[in-house]
Design a protein around this ligand. Structure first.
Ligand code: THU
Length: 139
């Protein structure tokens, strides 16, 4: 199967931005650095990295930082969300990030990449089937 992202120059730029953002992660507790980038339909790209806290539960993942940055910048529809880690295999977004992806990037493909060049892809719908969403709030 050919990946949805094959040969996409804008996506390669997003992977590079996510990799750079990873270097700016604030992860003094876990030392697990994650970079992310959100690529919108108009070509704009928003990067993020994980930001931890001494009160551990306040940690924000790289994906949410990138998505929220794009949201407040008025980003257009999201095509790709890139997640970069320095792990043997790519890592998938946590449950909280999947819920935020479902809200802000429902039609996106998530590209999970390692610094070493491994890649895996999944749609947001694949990652969180049956997500709770705005339609569930309809009265
Ligand atoms: N983390 C992310 O930023 N994204 C993920 O997809 C997985 C986990 C962060 C949260 C925390 O700072 C560290 O990685 C260890 O869980």
């Amino acid at each position: 199967m050919i990946a949805a992202s094959a040969g996409d120059a804008a996506l390669e730029r997003a992977v590079a931005l996510a990799t750079q953002a990873r270097d700016r992660a604030y992860a003094p507790y876990s030392r697990f650095r994650v970079g992310a980038a959100v690529l919108a339909a108009d070509g704009q790209c928003f990067a993020g990295a994980n930001v931890e806290n001494a009160s551990y539960g306040l940690t924000a993942c790289a994906e949410r930082i990138a998505l929220w940055t794009g949201a407040v910048a008025g980003m257009s529809a999201v095509r790709f969300v890139v997640v970069v880690t320095d792990t043997p295999q790519p890592v998938t977004p946590c449950g909280a990030c999947r819920q935020v992806l479902s809200e802000l990037a429902p039609d996106a493909t998530v590209v999970m990449a390692t610094v070493g060049g491994r890649r895996q892809e999944a749609t947001v719908r694949d990652l969180l089937p049956g997500a709770f969403g705005q339609n569930d709030l309809a009265r």
